[in-house]
Ligand binder design. Sequence first.
Ligand code: MN
Length: 275
Amino acid sequence: MSGPDLLEGRAAVVGGLPVTRLLPKRAHRTVGAWCFADHMGPADAAMQIGPHPHIGLSTVTWLLAGEALHRDSLGSEQPIRPGQLNLMTAGNGVSHAEEAGRQQLHGMQLWVAQPEATRHGAPAFEHHAELPVAEVPGATATVLVGALLGARSPARADTPLVGADVVVRGPSALPLDPSFEHALLPVAGELRADGIPVAVGGSAYLRPGRDALELEGAGRLLLLGGTPFEGSIAMSWNFVARTTDELDRAHADWAAADERFGTVASGLPRIPAPS
Ligand code: MN
């Protein structure tokens, strides 16, 4: 069993909020179907992200501090608070806006690539106000997506996936699905995985074939995993597809305000695609 690969995130600013981009990485474009991860804050900041489109992915929003408001082209208007999950699936096209007044903001914005079977389908939105929590000695896990420690999330998953928020208080062991690859994304504290320090601002990648993960220290991390994604994805801006033709079409359709993306009831200006 090989040890974790350590990867550095990179700083960016999204909608006024400082973030650390942890996925995609050149060495690992995807981890399971997880294809994007921004660690947002922690920061005393406001967030204003005007209407923008997505295709071929699900957005998974998870807050550790603060409150944000999601509005989308399906008519959803959903506040989200720590411990709750917003999961929006784009399929052939959706658009949404996200905003938060100035406050202490901390969270994780994740994307999951959709498989061929659903990526041309209808958009959808789910809010889960409560999620299952499981305990092992030394750690508590909230299961966002998939299953961990016998607890299963009610959230939609189009491919075999796990996503969990794990609070570590001391030495602990988490069982892993050996058919999954995993990534550890620390969000607070000082943590070691298999005895190796994994710092906030970076991530650790774990190859398939492991049935357990040893954690130590005191902190909090997101555990993401899944069956290695079949085939390769093409990503551009907010779009996940398979070919550059599909991406070009999505850019053109957003620029033309094509009905595939609907409209969002938001006071914020629509975000133009970067040229
Ligand atoms: Mn978005």
